[in-house]
Write a protein that binds this ligand. Structure first.
Ligand code: SF4
Length: 450
């Protein structure tokens, strides 16, 4: 593609063109203006939904502003996570060090907000000046009696995926410190769902109906006390590809807890997730309840989807999301609506995931890793899609081109998980694709839309 820089050509593949080959999981090309966020942002998005913890960004104010209220992660109780605290490092702190300032900020904030734990995020400048976060956190923890945990997330030290690892390492310090008495043998932790627009409440309800106890939400609507006793669960159920898989691996090594990878988006994957958990416990009652649950939900959902399918069949979609595991579910969800996915990409996909995408997508589909606005514009112009699915950074690209948009990322306000979420997704896609506003755009006038 013309808009792609020469150095990025090997991060783009077209299904069916030639044998699969795609380079990924490498640092973004300098100057390419990647859609990806930094290491610090990666750790912040994972830990942010822990609602009763203090989140203190040790760095210049810009880092905290960049990640303020970063997800639409809802809480059923405390909302301390929605406040963004920063040590606001200045030139003098850079010269003389910011440890004292950090210590003072922690003591003041802990006294004022009484959090159950505190996470202290390293940013680029802290990595450069070398403040000893570990020592400061240890001292404040001893003084205040709560866990104070450094998150080693200096922005420059890798890509966003390294931030996920830093967040998982930070949470691993909490896990194993709580009492696990009374936890059911049929129990799970939910990893990798961030309760955007209330998604996790729907998922928890499904597990409750199956007779499976949820010990800890990691991290949507998360609580420190639950995470501390998460090692008492019998199974980790991990959604998405990147963000909490490291924690699941750590818990498997340290506590022998097996992990299942699932997705809660789309009908097939949602049902499969519930059946996988039921099959893991191999309990006839749980299995029976799961069958009933799926049947009830589908009886309600499928007739309603028919209307949207008829209207949307043959329309084209492009997808660019954080992790490519979610992209699998979106490809299937669009297929259920009769739509064709012609471009799909992610910020942090692995080779294995992209290979899978090449298997499930139609010939000619563009698969792209770690793209940028220039490339995305080129892909959307080339494929003439009816809708683009992405996040806050992709939205303006779609609108500038006169293309419909569906937010499937942190900021969304609509629950899209579960069976009810599939209906919400169909409604949102329909409303965007069929909106009369597109008649006034160049894209429509060029005759590409029906
Ligand atoms: S940590 Fe570094 S890259 Fe990330 S927002 Fe702060 S300054 Fe920017």
């Amino acid at each position: 593609m013309e808009a792609a820089l020469k150095e990025r050509q090997d991060q783009i593949h077209r299904t069916g063109d030639k044998p699969f080959a795609l380079v990924c999981n490498k640092d973004s090309l300098a100057g390419a203006v990647s859609q990806r966020a930094c290491v610090f942002c990666g750790s912040r998005v994972v830990l942010y939904p822990i609602a009763d913890a203090l989140h203190l960004v040790h760095g210049p104010i810009g880092c905290a502003v960049y990640t303020w209220d970063i997800r639409g992660a809802l809480s059923s109780g405390p909302e301390l996570h929605r406040l963004s605290f920063s040590t606001d490092l200045q030139e003098l702190d850079v010269i003389f060090g910011g440890e004292q300032k950090l210590s003072r900020a922690l003591l003041e904030l802990i006294e004022r907000h009484s959090p159950k734990a505190a996470f202290v995020y390293s940013t680029c400048i802290v990595g450069i000046i070398g403040d000893d976060l570990e020592a400061v956190c240890k001292k404040v923890a001893a003084e205040t009696g709560i866990p104070v945990i450094p998150v080693k997330s200096e922005g420059f030290k890798g890509n966003k995926r390294a931030g996920y690892t830093a967040a998982c390492n930070a949470m691993a310090r909490l896990i194993g410190t709580g009492d696990t008495t009374g936890i059911s043998p049929h129990s799970i932790n939910i990893l990798g769902d961030f309760n955007l627009a209330g998604d996790i409440w729907m998922i928890r309800d499904y597990f409750a109906r199956m007779g499976v106890e949820v010990v800890a939400n990691i991290t949507g609507d998360g609580r420190v006390a639950d995470i501390k006793r998460a090692h008492g669960a019998a199974l980790n159920v991990v959604q998405c590809s990147g963000s909490t898989m490291d924690l699941a691996r750590l818990m498997e090594d340290d506590y022998g807890i097996p992990a299942l990878r699932v997705s809660y988006f789309g009908v097939e994957d949602m049902a499969q997730a519930l059946y996988d958990v039921a099959n893991h416990f191999n309990d006839p009652d749980i299995l029976q309840r799961t069958r009933e649950l799926v049947r009830e939900e589908l009886e309600h959902l499928l007739p309603k989807l028919e209307f949207y399918k008829q209207a949307l069949t043959g329309k084209k979609a492009a997808i660019y999301v954080g992790g490519s595991f979610k992209a699998f579910s979106l490809v299937k969800a669009f297929r259920l609506l009769g739509m064709d996915v012609v471009m799909v990409g992610s910020q942090t996909g692995t080779e294995e995931e992209y290979r899978e995408l090449a298997t499930i997508t139609d010939p000619g589909t563009i698969i792209v890793d770690d793209t940028n606005p220039l490339e995305l514009t080129g892909f959307l112009e080339e494929t003439r899609v009816d809708i683009f699915v992405g996040g806050v950074k992709e939205r303006p690209i779609a609108y500038k081109l006169g293309v419909g948009f569906c937010d499937h990322n942190h900021e969304r306000k609509e629950a899209l998980a579960g069976f009810a979420g599939m209906l919400g997704f169909a409604q949102e896609v329909y409303a965007s694709v069929m909106s009369p506003v597109w008649r006034f755009t160049e894209h429509y006038q060029s005759g590409d839309r029906a």
